[in-house]
Write a protein that binds this ligand. Structure first.
Ligand code: DC
Length: 248
């Protein structure tokens, strides 16, 4: 008798294999765009874990628990049980929106104010524990593309494919600057670059699950690649992995 792992199943006579894909990398390196497009190509669910840390930050800010950029740690821990984060598919955008306690916060969580506060919140152990546990539940049935900073190392260490995405700082800053400008925010290029540098530093130096490339992650430098080229390259790697699994 053959053992068929729970991530593999038959549709008619065809063996369908589902895997998890972990995508980590620095701020504004293109990982979310890659994750979104790859998930669409594979008909997988996309989980944006940065959106979850941003949602916690928005909740704490709205509750007055972040004062002058300072976090009231004890009250933060007490509030965690009151925070519910879900993703719901928005067919008009062909992607999921983030909901915080039932309210669509997709745009609000991308504001520069949240971007400047989220690093501090994501360093808190209790916040990470809560979100990692939620993310692991989301990944348990496979068929997920998840992006963040600790997906390949802490959230889904068994993911079948792991990518570590990077691009030069100036390229990342320019992309982020253009994105903010298109949304009507008036920030200088230098200010945007400063914020990215600060977040990179916080993400790579925090005690809890810092951003590092997992040993088995594939490095994807997209400084000189278009997004289409990055998606195609990643898609080929995923297909090779799926083919190998089907042959087993
Ligand atoms: O991917 P993003 O820029 O939307 O993430 C927002 C912040 O959340 C980022 O500064 C680091 C933090 N984060 C994290 O610590 N771990 C994750 N898995 C995802 C994001």
């Amino acid at each position: 008798m053959y053992y068929i792992p729970y991530s593999c199943y038959f549709v008619g006579n065809t063996l369908t294999v589902k895997i998890n894909i972990a995508i980590d990398g620095y701020s504004s390196c293109g990982k979310s765009t890659l994750a979104k497009l790859l998930s669409q190509k594979l008909a997988y669910n996309y989980i944006d874990t940065g959106a979850m840390y941003r949602s916690v930050t928005l909740y704490l800010l709205n509750q007055g628990l972040i004062k002058d950029g300072k976090i009231l740690r004890e009250t933060v821990i007490d509030s965690l049980d009151k925070i519910d984060i879900t993703f719901r598919f928005n067919s008009s955008k062909n992607q999921s929106d983030t909901y915080l306690n039932g309210v669509n916060v997709e745009d609000e969580i991308r504001s520069p104010e949240i971007s400047s506060l989220v690093s501090g919140i994501s360093q808190l152990r209790e916040v990470r524990q809560k979100l990692i546990s939620l993310q692991q539940k989301m990944g348990k049935d496979k068929g997920i593309v998840m992006d963040g900073r600790d997906i390949g190392t802490a959230v889904l260490p068994d993911a079948e494919v792991k990518f570590f995405v990077t691009a030069e700082l100036d390229v990342r800053s320019q992309r982020r600057y253009q994105e903010l400008k298109s949304k009507g925010y008036d920030y200088s290029f230098d200010k945007v670059k400063e914020n990215l540098l600060e977040r990179d530093h916080n993400d790579t130096h925090r005690e809890e699950n810092p951003l590092i490339q997992a040993k088995d992650a594939i490095l994807m430098d997209n400084t000189d690649l278009t997004i289409d080229e990055l998606v195609e390259k990643s898609y080929q790697i995923v297909q090779e992995t799926l083919n190998k699994m089907r042959e087993k």
